[in-house]
Every structure is written in C-alpha cells, then in structure tokens.
Design a binder for this molecule. Structure first.
Ligand code: HEM
Length: 454
C-alpha cells in the first residue's frame, strides 16, 4: 500500500505562526496551501501525530463513507469544551454519540421541522416589523435575533417572557465577545484563557457563562418538577431530553442536559445568522439575483404554503451558492484515525488527523468554474454530490440542524423580501471575518429599509 509523502514539517515558533496565520487570515492561508501542496497532503509537527489535509472529492467520499468506528471526533473537539461542557454531542464518540444523535434527529426533520415553519415566520415578522424606515441597521444583529429566537422556541418550546429575554441577552453578549479575530484566538490558544477581571474578554466570558448556567439549571429543576407532577404540556426538545432514557433505563443528569441544551442553542443560531447575513448581502449587492428572487416569490399564489417556499428552485440555488462561496465553517471537525484505514489508496496509521477543507473544496475550479463569482445558476445546472458540496460536513457527524438552517433561511428571506424594500448602505465587495470558530460577514454590514410593502 502507498504512503503519502509529508510536504511540510513545523515545530515551535513555526507551528505557532502557522496557527496564527490560520486564525487571522484563514481563507488566504488555505488558498496558499492548496496552491503549494495540492488537494491531499500531509503535515508533520514536532511531538504531535501527522495531519492530512484534503479538498479532494474522492478522499472526502472515502472518509465520509468509512465506518464511524475508524475515527474519533468528539475527543478531538476538546477546544469546544469551554463553551459547551464535557457532555455535549460535539464531544461524544462511538455508541454514546450514535444514541444521542438518534434521540435528537427526529426533532430536526420531517413533521417536527414543518411544524416550526409558522413560528419562524412569526418571529421574523416580530423582529423585522421593528425596523425603522430610512435608519441603517446592522444586518447580522437582526439575523442573530431572529435565529436565536427560533432556536430557543425549537429547544425550549417558548421564546418570550422575562426569563427568555434575559437568556437571549446573555447568549448574545457572550458570543459577541468572539466577534473579533483577536478574541477568537482565545478559543484556539487555551494558554490565553486567563481571568483578568470583568473588563478582560475571558473574565467577561466567565461571568456571562456562569449566569447562563444558573438560568439553565433553574429551568431544568422547574421542568423536572412539572414532569414529575404530570403537568408538563411541553413537546419541545427540552422535554424530549428530560424524558429520554439510555439502554440501562437511566435518564440524563442535570449536567448532561445543561451541556446539550447549550450546544443546540449555540450551534443552532450563530451559523444560521451569519449565513442569512451573507445571503442578504448577495441579494442586495447583485441586482440580477434580487430580480430573479423577487420574480420567483411573486409567482407564488396568495395562499401559498411554506412547503412551496421551501421548494422554490432559485431561492434554493441562491442559498446553496451563499454557503459555497464563503462557507460559515471552513473545515469539518477533525477525524482522528483509531483503526487503520485507506483513503485514495493511501494507508493511514491510527492517531493521524484527517482535516477536510470545505473552503478549498468549494473553490475547486474543476467543480466550480470562476469560483470567486457568485452564480446561483451553477446549482440549477448541476447536481453536486455530497462529497463535492459540503457546507454541513458529512458522514456520521453531518450537521444535525442542516434541514432547519435551510428552511429557516428560506422562510426568513421570503418573509422579509415580501414585506420590505431594502438596500445596502455601501455596495462594495466585502470579505469574511473570523467570528469564533466561524467566518461571518463583517459586523459593520449595514442595510436600510426604504419602504414597507403593504
Ligand atoms: C447555515 C447554518 C449551519 C452550518 C453552515 C453548519 C455547519 C456545520 C458543520 C460543518 C458541522 C460539522 C460536520 C462535520 O464535521 O462533518 C456541523 C455540526 C453540527 N451542527 Fe451545524 N451548521 C449550521 C446550523 C446548525 C443548526 C441550525 C443546528 C441546530 C441545532 C446545528 C447543530 C449542529 C450539531 C449538533 C453538530 C454536531 C453533529 C455531530 O457531532 O454529530 N447546526 N454543523
């Protein structure tokens, strides 16, 4: 069996520089590497096992279709522990991971998902109705308010009241700490996670995290009491998790519940908010995209239902292109090999890390000609395989909320476009900026309501 050659070795200062480069200018970093080393190469750093980086569809297919037993993923996600705790789905592997996914999956698919539609539209109307005419607003903040309210209603079954207002405020403030590239490095360099008081980013983070923890534990206690008294009428994910039992008939502990709820709240709104902000940027930056979308929305009858919006081809293509050109998450979770496997005919030893670059895959000129141009039509003319187009990753770790995110993007867009005439304050090219582990449009992206459509 062939073994893959190592193309770059780094240690000490070089390794730190490489990591800084990856944090501060991730897209350039990935492009340079792809140009220099191709789409399947191995890196070696001193004192750590080798990493293989790929953006080759065949390699991605081999990885996504290999038995999940070949990899550990959760144990490699320890850098997320500070945010979601030890018991999050993101940190699980093996049987535990499979069991937790099986428990959660139905809530994010089929009928349960369709039931969210009315809620998504109501929340969008409630938030967007407050937008004043002719006064600039920050696109990402508005989208974040919508997506946070949606995920709260999906997970907790409710999105209003003082308790939820406080939780929403705390979650938003906590995530906003990481909206600069510098503060984002707190996530990747644990040595920077020092509590230097309430005015330091990490100190602020700890205070907010503690208050969120207190509120969630309080809610768990109240819901457990309701459930025990038979008075619980909730049909949300929280209630599902509260009544879930493992193979030995044991329910989830408070700590497990807390970590899973936080995971869903964080994973479920940050990403979708950035994706929606990008989509609105493209719609108002490129007039032909806006015209085609408005034409398609106009073609819907007065009594059209949410399923029809969900099936609109151009809206779907515009969203696909949004998630292609600047994927919100630029690489999948790292897969650490635990059983020897072969990828593209190359043999890999246990401990090797497999890293898939979503951004580099989405900019392959052989798959996406003129890849830097925003062209929704490419998704109307071709069906890409789940190894050529992967904004939500794949295999047994594929994003749990992909269907919810897509439905939400469609309903929010259709609702706002049908109610407002908007415009960008500055029509100019913009570049993604790091926001924690994701890449988002710059926080300064601003729009204005020119008119409300009656
Ligand atoms: C546009 C929005 C979103 C994008 C681009 C996105 C992207 C991703 C990616 C790339 C992964 C890693 C997959 C892999 O390594 O193969 C992931 C995992 C995950 N996502 Fe999303 N996501 C989005 C929205 C959501 C939503 C709405 C939820 C709702 C709860 C969610 C929950 C999760 C969870 C729980 C995982 C971990 C799955 C596991 O480890 O088994 N995401 N997402």
């Amino acid at each position: 069996m062939k073994t893959i050659p190592t193309v770059a070795r780094s240690s000490g200062l070089l390794l730190t520089m490489r990591r800084l480069n990856a944090i501060l200018r991730p897209l350039n970093f990935m492009e340079e590497r792809r140009r220099k080393y191709g789409d399947f190469y191995q890196l070696q750093s001193k004192n750590s096992p080798p990493s293989v980086v790929t953006s080759n569809p065949q390699a991605i297919e081999d990885i996504f279709t290999a038995s999940p037993d070949c990899f550990e993923v959760g144990k490699g996600n320890t850098n997320l522990k500070f945010l979601v705790g030890d018991n999050s789905l993101l940190l699980l592997d093996g049987k535990e991971h499979k069991h937790r996914r099986r428990l959660l999956m139905p809530s994010f698919h089929g009928e349960s998902l369709q039931e969210c539609s009315q809620n998504i539209v109501n929340i969008t109307k409630k938030v967007s109705d407050r937008l004043p005419i002719n006064k600039p607003f920050k696109v990402r903040s508005i989208m974040q308010e919508i997506t946070l309210r949606v995920i709260l209603s999906v997970v907790f079954g409710i999105d209003s009241g003082a308790k939820y207002d406080r939780l929403r405020e705390l979650l938003t403030r906590l995530l906003d700490i990481f909206n600069t590239p510098l503060n984002s490095s707190l996530i990747l360099f644990t040595s920077l996670q020092k509590d230097l008081g309430a005015f330091s980013p990490w100190g602020r983070f700890l205070i907010l995290k503690e208050e969120i923890r207190y509120l969630i534990y309080k809610e768990i206690k109240e819901r457990r009491e309701l459930l025990a008294s038979g008075e619980s009428k909730h049909r949300d994910i929280f209630s599902l998790l509260l009544s879930a039992k493992d193979e030995d008939g044991e329910g989830m502990t408070d700590a497990e519940l807390h970590d899973e709820l936080l995971t869903l709240l964080f994973a479920g709104h940050e990403t979708t908010a950035s994706a929606l902000a990008w989509l609105f940027y493209w719609i108002y930056y490129l007039p032909e995209v806006r015209e085609k979308l408005l034409f398609e929305l106009d073609s819907l009858g007065k009594n059209s239902d949410y399923k029809e919006i969900n099936n609109l081809p151009y809206l779907d293509a515009a969203i696909s292109e949004t998630l292609r050109i600047f994927p919100i998450v630029t690489g999948t979770f790292a897969r650490r090999i635990v059983k020897p496997i072969s990828v593209m005919g190359y043999y890999f030893e246990p401990k090797t890390l497999l890293l898939i670059s979503i951004y580099s895959l989405h900019h392959r000129e052989d798959l996406y000609p003129n890849s830097k141009q925003f062209q929704p039509a490419r998704f109307l003319n071709k069906n890409y395989s789940p190894y050529e187009y992967i904004p939500f990753g794949g295999g047994n770790r594929r994003c749990l909320g992909a269907a919810l995110a897509l439905l939400e993007m469609k309903l929010v867009t259709a609702t706002i476009l049908s109610s407002f005439e908007l415009d960008l304050i500055k029509k100019q090219p913009i570049k993604p900026v790091r926001r924690g582990l994701t890449m988002a449009p710059p926080p300064s992206l601003t729009m204005v309501v020119k008119n409300k459509i009656q």
